[in-house]
Write a protein that binds this ligand. Structure first.
Ligand code: ADP
Ligand code: MG
Length: 454
């Protein structure tokens, strides 16, 4: 048997022991490249990522399979060997080096615990164009004339157009200017509701109230998610009023104008009318190009102009999607060690644009995660506390939350009727760990790839 045959035979055996999805992901591009005299088999993986996986997760089965076929083999070494870079066609293109720290899709890094502000959302990183000029100016003015101008400020616009970014930028600007002298807090309406509900349960409502009423700047995101639950709305109104009456700045965002949010009471709605209401529209082509360039620069990724223009022409209505496309391009460039061509980007984008309109169900996500970690769906859902089940389960919850925007209670329900606080805990935990553990972030990126391209 030559090396190739030996490896194919070993793969045949390995394949029997793991799920199809894991097999394809981790073994597809691997090769047995050398068998040394000392009994070391050298396995080439096409990137660092699969190398780590083979080493950490499949080493035993690989060794067993190889030794069954060839008793001389005693140990294995894994090396990286990018098959695709070797061919002539690819060699002509400049090899591209993207430092690994500049991971794609960096999750909410260093979010301040007290203010909930993410330092990456600033006015400096916000690209201004015709579609967001007014909102940007109003946000600047609100930050500048804290509480005296445009109060309350209400920003609305479609998904992924920069509302959260602007809202956070106001907070970050105020922090920069005043440090701890001004109290700032960012919350989503959902979080506000959740925290209030848990304060009621713990009988600490007055503490909760006091906490919000001492603020100088209150940033509340996505108020369309406010439910008409009487108690939360009542409390919210009082919080808002108490701040407003003392000229403390309040800024809201929503995906629609105040009049179109039925759950909001009339008295709150009329307060909005008294302040400033601005909208953010779809970015024009120049703005889209500028955003792509600036994001690529942020992660020190060189991207060709024709690719940028192509992406900006294809994706028109959502800046998050624009970033998503860029991330995919970077991901592929890294995997292959070279820049993709416009044709390749076209293929990548058609996947994105395709799945943007496709409906991905919770069941599919759960199945993907289960397959990925070689577990059964029921393992993932049931109440086992085994470590190798707990982490994948948390990841599945996290993905349902982040990618499908499923509510916490609904996620809990899908996982054997767990309490929504368990789900919140799981999501927060994964969010934090991604920042610390590079590998986890990569795993999650890969699962996402699978979910969106399957
Ligand atoms: P929304 O809250 O409206 O759904 P976000 O504020 O979360 O949208 O924006 C989605 C992504 O697009 C974020 O990563 C944000 O940084 C980016 N983004 C949106 N608008 C701009 C802009 N004008 N300049 C730079 N980045 C932007
Ligand atoms: Mg938002």
């Amino acid at each position: 048997m030559n090396l190739e045959e030996l490896w194919q035979a070993a793969l045949g055996e390995i394949e029997l022991g793991i799920s199809r999805a894991s097999f394809v992901t981790w073994f597809k591009n691997s090769r047995l490249v050398e068998k040394r005299e000392d009994g070391t088999a050298m396995i080439a993986c096409h990137n660092n990522f699969s190398k780590e996986w083979l080493e950490s997760k499949y080493h035993k089965s690989i060794l067993r399979a190889l030794r069954n076929l060839d008793q001389d083999i005693r140990s294995i070494e894994y090396v990286i060997h990018d098959v695709s870079v070797k061919t002539e066609r690819h060699r002509q293109e400049p090899r591209l080096v993207v430092p690994f720290e500049n991971q794609l899709n960096l999750p909410e890094i260093h979010v301040d615990r007290e203010t909930n502000l993410n330092p990456k959302y600033t006015f400096e990183t916000f690209i201004v164009g015709a579609s967001n000029e007014l909102a940007h100016a109003a946000a600047l003015a609100a930050a500048d004339g804290l509480g005296t101008k445009y109060n309350p400020l209400f920003i609305y616009g479609g998904v992924g157009l920069g509302k959260t970014h602007l809202l956070q930028a106001i907070g970050n600007a105020v922090r920069l200017k005043y440090g701890n002298k001004k109290k700032v807090r960012y919350v989503t309406s959902e979080k506000f509701t959740d925290d209030l509900v848990s304060a009621i349960r713990k009988q600490s409502v007055s503490e909760f109230k006091a906490n919000f009423r001492q603020l100088d700047l209150f940033l509340i995101d996505d108020i369309q998610f406010f439910t008409s639950k009487e108690k939360t709305q009542e409390e919210f109104f009082h919080t808002f009023n108490s701040l407003y009456e003392r000229n403390k700045q309040v800024v809201f965002t929503s995906d629609r104008p105040p009049r179109a949010i039925p759950a909001i009471e009339e008295r709150l709605r009329s307060r909005f009318q008294g302040g400033m209401i601005v909208d953010i529209g779809f970015p024009d082509i120049e703005t889209r190009i500028a955003i792509l360039k600036s994001k690529a620069q942020e992660v020190q990724f060189e991207i060709k102009d024709d690719v940028i223009e192509f992406v900006a022409t294809k994706i028109q209505k959502n800046i998050r999607e624009l970033e998503g496309a860029l991330n995919r391009i970077i991901f592929h460039a890294k995997m292959r060690g070279r820049q993709p061509s416009v044709q390749e980007v076209d293929a990548l984008l058609s996947e994105i644009l395709h799945h943007a309109t496709r409906i991905i169900t919770a069941k599919q996500v759960i199945k993907m995660v289960a397959d990925f970690y070689d577990l059964s769906e029921s393992d993932l859902i049931k109440k086992s506390r085994k470590r190798d089940v707990v982490k994948p389960r948390q990841i599945a919850m996290f993905l349902l939350r982040e990618e499908l925007k499923t509510s916490y209670p609904a996620i809990g329900e899908k996982f054997g009727n767990r309490d929504h606080t368990t789900v919140i805990h799981a999501c927060e935990k994964i969010k934090k760990e991604i920042v610390k553990e590079q590998q986890l972030g990569q795993e999650i990126d890969l699962i996402k790839e699978k979910i969106f391209t399957s």
